[in-house]
Design a binder for this molecule. Structure first.
Ligand code: COA
Length: 322
């Protein structure tokens, strides 16, 4: 038994913030941001618009694409680092709003790998017979925890959400998923504020914001993604040449290009949204997947390689026959 993707959906807040807009906030330039990251613009949630709102729109679109009623959903796994509340989970808030009350619902926090982690967990539950219709969501409002005076981080992130509906299938479907973490890298990418540390801004008095050692993260990300794509292909018994589409986490175009090169894939076979979305963390992979499906590039029967890397560090992949 496998899990197959029955439908995809996504949602971006309507407000677009360009690099030129950021030039008015911090000492930066469109040229610097674009040449280092590939980003031209990002979307930003409106005041009062939450991660749960973004997740709801993406989930509704995925359910519609799958032809599945919310009441049929028996599992919701939602990847996010920016939940609406500390509790209940954003998955529970989403469940009630959709009218899927009673089913299992929980969040997964794996930073930017959140969606691929959620997909791995839901895949195991569908394959194990515990779910017949699973909703998997990646949703974030990362712009809510940025320091808008810190040019080294505020130019990188955006808000957005994507979702898929999974159902059992005798044919693959999701062929394999790989999930990894190494908490020894916490200091390179984190937000120091939390409940149990007493809501204090942290030893460096940094406040509620993303702290990142950009060039260190870059180097580890490239090496780690290189490793995981090899591991994933090996587990699936597949060769690089059998991958039709790379659907990577959208953090930085140069990281994406390095992974594509490792796979021997031309950039025409890589789904890129980072130019328009920035890094939407858990939202990025399902947003890219949905865009690729709706534009007609990704077709049924093709092999998709999804990968992500994020704070933790966490890293994860999924090889899917769509
Ligand atoms: N505009 C202009 N200059 C900037 C800038 C900005 N937005 N942000 C940083 N700079 C400056 C730095 O202050 C530094 O100046 P200095 O040499 O005078 O000190 C210079 O640019 C180079 O900084 P550096 O951090 O070495 O640049 P970089 O080439 O490594 O690019 C990133 C920075 C953040 C774009 C890059 O490291 C990156 O993408 N890392 C991965 C981050 C990521 O993807 N995180 C999420 C993972 S899920």
């Amino acid at each position: 038994m496998y899990a197959r993707i029955a439908g995809t959906g996504s949602y971006l807040p309507s407000r677009v913030v360009s690099n030129a807009d950021l030039e008015r906030l911090v000492d930066t330039s469109d040229e610097w941001i674009h040449s280092r990251t590939g980003i031209r613009q990002r979307h930003m949630a409106a005041e009062g618009e939450t991660t749960g709102d973004l997740a709801f729109h993406a989930a509704t679109a995925a359910l519609q694409a799958a032809g599945v009623e919310a009441a049929e959903i028996d599992l919701i796994v939602l990847g996010t680092t920016t939940p609406d509340l500390i509790f209940p989970s954003t998955a529970c808030l989403l469940q009630h709003r959709l009218g899927a009350n009673g089913c299992a619902a929980f969040d997964v926090n794996a930073a930017c790998s959140g969606f691929v982690y959620a997909l791995g967990v839901a895949n195991a539950m569908v394959r194990g017979g515990q779910s017949k219709k699973a909703l998997v969501v990646g949703a974030e409002t990362l712009t809510r925890m940025l320091d808008w005076g810190d040019r080294s981080t505020c130019v990188l992130f955006g808000d957005g959400a994507g979702a898929v509906v999974l159902e059992p299938s005798e044919e693959p479907g999701i062929i394999t998923t790989k999930l990894h973490a190494d908490g020894g890298y916490k200091h390179l990418l984190y937000n120091p504020v939390g409940v149990s540390v007493g809501f204090k801004p942290g030893e460096d008095n940094a406040g509620v914001r993303v702290l990142m050692s950009g060039s260190e993260v870059f180097k580890v990300a490239v090496k780690t993604l290189d490793r995981i794509v090899g591991e994933t292909l090996e587990a699936a018994g597949m060769h690089e040449s059998q991958v039709d589409w790379l659907i990577p986490h959208q953090a930085n175009l140069r990281i994406i290009e390095a992974t594509a090169k490792r796979l021997g894939l031309p950039m025409e076979r890589v789904i890129v949204t980072v130019d328009r979305h920035g890094n939407t963390s858990s939202g990025s992979v399902p947003l890219a997947l949905d865009e690729a499906v709706r534009s007609g590039r990704v077709q049924r029967g093709q092999n998709l390689l999804l990968e992500a890397f994020g704070g933790g560090f966490t890293w994860a992949s999924a090889l899917i026959r769509y």
